[in-house]
Design a protein around this ligand. Structure first.
Ligand code: PLP
Length: 298
């Protein structure tokens, strides 16, 4: 099914208390040109985004995504988004999503640079489209290669201008990492810090299991705090497991009792092989995780 829906958003001030934002949201033709050639998001990747999973018309964990959008905006010195306006845009886009799985993207760009008049912005838009099909990755698992990200785990604090904890539109490096993983015969990658700690995947968070403890690398600025990981940790706790944030040495990954990549649209994909070595997979637990992740979550 190929359908797509798009909304242009005229961003209002974060302090604006109006309750009806319909006048600030314009439905546009998703196949027609919509952005100026001076757009800094396309010229420099200078903007931020969020991808929200939608199941049977219900957008999942919207508040967590909006809070991360606001966090990314702060790190990038972008104007603070009005979260009520963005929620209205998400609701408008979700109303267009048919039964099954879809994805809503929120994009906030610094705007358009004009030589004579300077910066015009920000620019914002929202799209909805069918979700990529991850049924097989969820059920059969994925092969993962570890890749050095070339920065140590102190880089985010030492050099905040690298924007390591922001979900920016500069994903060329993340896409290059995926291509390198494919060259190594894997489906996906896990980034390692140069001092040997586990970070995240190019488009997902990493969760590992040690006995009955589920662990994810501490989000100390160098990685994104995943909304799926947060939601899954709540579910694991409710189901009698313990969860923790830790500095995870790369060498300990291979000894894990289970390893998953989790994100909003893929949900939970178990890792079957890490750098070619077979990993234990709990198919029943993974199916239960995905059943939870597919249920309506707020
Ligand atoms: N880390 C990175 C770099 C990502 O791009 C993503 C999602 O796209 C995640 C983690 C997982 O975030 P979420 O669970 O909110 O989708």
């Amino acid at each position: 099914m190929t359908w797509r829906f798009a909304l242009l958003v005229a961003p209002v001030d974060a302090a604006d208390t109006r309750t009806d934002f319909s006048g600030t949201l314009s439905v546009i033709d998703p196949d027609a040109p919509a952005l100026s050639v001076g757009e800094l998001s396309t010229q420099r990747g200078d903007g931020i985004f969020e991808t929200i999973g939608v199941v049977d018309g219900h957008p999942q964990e919207v508040q967590a995504h909006l809070e991360r959008l606001a966090h990314s905006a702060r790190l990038c010195d972008l104007p603070a988004p009005n979260l009520s306006q963005w929620r209205a845009a998400v609701d408008r886009a979700a109303a267009e999503c048919p039964a099954g799985e879809s994805a809503i993207k929120l994009l906030l760009s610094r705007g358009v640079e004009r030589v004579a008049t300077g910066l015009e912005g920000p620019t914002a838009w929202v799209t909805a489209s069918p979700a990529a099909d991850f049924t097989r990755a969820r059920a059969e698992g994925i092969r993962v290669a570890t890749l050095d990200r070339g920065l140590d785990s102190g880089a985010a604090v030492r050099a905040p201008w690298l924007l390591l904890g922001a979900k920016t539109l500069s994903y060329a490096v993340n896409m290059a990492a995926l291509r390198e993983a494919h060259r190594r015969g894997a489906d996906d990658a896990i980034f390692l810090a140069s001092d040997g700690y586990v970070l995240e995947a190019p488009t997902a968070s990493v969760i590992l299991r040690r006995d009955d403890r589920f662990i994810t690398p501490e989000p100390t600025g160098g990685i994104l705090q995943g909304t799926t990981q947060l939601s899954l940790f709540d579910w694991l706790e409710e189901n009698g497991h313990s969860t923790d944030y830790e500095h995870v040495p790369a060498g300990s990954l291979a000894d894990a009792d289970g390893l998953w990549l989790v994100s909003s649209v893929r949900l939970a994909a178990p890792v079957t092989h890490l750098d070619g070595r077979e990993m234990p997979v709990d198919a029943e637990l993974t199916a239960a995780m995905n059943a939870y992740l597919l249920s309506p979550r707020d």
